[in-house]
Design a protein around this ligand. Structure first.
Ligand SMILES: NC(=O)c1ccc[n+]([C@@H]2O[C@H](COP(=O)([O-])OP(=O)(O)OC[C@H]3O[C@@H](n4cnc5c(N)ncnc54)[C@H](OP(=O)(O)O)[C@@H]3O)[C@@H](O)[C@H]2O)c1
Length: 231
């Protein structure tokens, strides 16, 4: 049963890991969910599926934004605060999982991936980390958190997806710095590392199992703090 006014913000809402983790987290804890992604039509689908999974009492608001536009991202976060109040959990899930061929891949594509995975995360952290620290001070039952979907690409790059590999490495590095600096202030900053290609037919790397493992890890962080979970 969701507690009163707990808000989850999903940055990078989509039909894969985004959908399954959002549904699981929302059914366990949150009564307000904000979904951010570029495609308005897909967001409509995500909202419908989420309400079917969790229940029509769930309040959902969608924001069709490209998070590489910092002002667009910040205005969405500001509207979430006005609509639902300051978030308790920000789930940063946005990425393009696309092949990239070394030496022929356009540098602009790498820069765009960097903006999605690193610049947007940084802009988001600038806004929400002070809010999460405040929340930790006033509500001992809260789980103020910024959780990012990652993989093993930072440690084990795959040359056929070198662009995603390198931006995921930079993203992990940023999260490590944030956790080292703010992780002792009652907030949870961490990574969900999905160690393989996601598909509904995969035994381990299917979205439902990933969501279950992610929730199990998240739900015990107060008793057993940790930076990451590997699935
Ligand atoms: N898929 C895998 O096999 C796999 C494996 C390991 C880890 N991961 C990680 O898991 C996360 C989710 O991957 P997924 O494939 O399962 O995707 P997903 O959860 O289905 O959706 C992610 C969503 O991010 C959104 N997004 C991308 N660029 C954006 C931008 N510039 N602004 C706003 N939203 C943006 C996209 O929606 P729009 O197109 O509507 O913007 C996309 O649908 C990623 O971080 C990925 O690196 C994935």
């Amino acid at each position: 049963m969701a507690a009163t006014n707990r808000t989850l913000v999903v940055i990078g809402s989509g039909p894969g890991i985004g959908r399954s983790v959002t549904s699981r987290f929302a059914s366990e804890r949150y009564n307000n969910v904000a979904l951010i992604a570029r495609r308005a039509e897909q967001l409509e689908v995500e909202e419908k599926v989420l309400k079917e999974a969790v229940g029509s009492q769930l309040k959902v608001k969608t924001y069709a934004r490209d998070i590489t536009d910092s002002n667009a991202l910040l205005s969405a976060l500001q509207d979430v605060e006005i609509t639902f109040g300051k978030p308790e959990c920000v789930f940063f899930n946005a990425a393009r999982v696309l092949p990239s061929q070394l030496l022929t891949h356009d540098v602009k594509e790498i820069e765009y991936d960097l903006k999605i995975n690193v610049s947007a995360l940084y802009v988001c952290a600038q806004r929400v980390i002070p809010q999460l620290i405040e929340l930790a001070k006033v509500d001992a039952t809260a789980m103020p958190s910024l959780i990012v979907t990652s993989s093993m690409l930072p440690q084990d790059p795959i040359p056929q997806v070198f662009a995603l590999s390198l931006v995921k490495a930079a993203q992990r590095n940023l999260m490590q710095s944030l956790a080292m600096t703010y992780g002792n202030q009652g907030i949870y900053l961490g990574l969900i590392n999905v160690a393989g290609q996601v598909s509904p037919s995969e035994r381990i790397y299917n979205p439902t199992n990933i969501a279950n493992k992610a929730w199990e890890w998240f739900a015990q962080l107060k008793e057993n703090p940790g930076f990451e979970v590997k699935i």
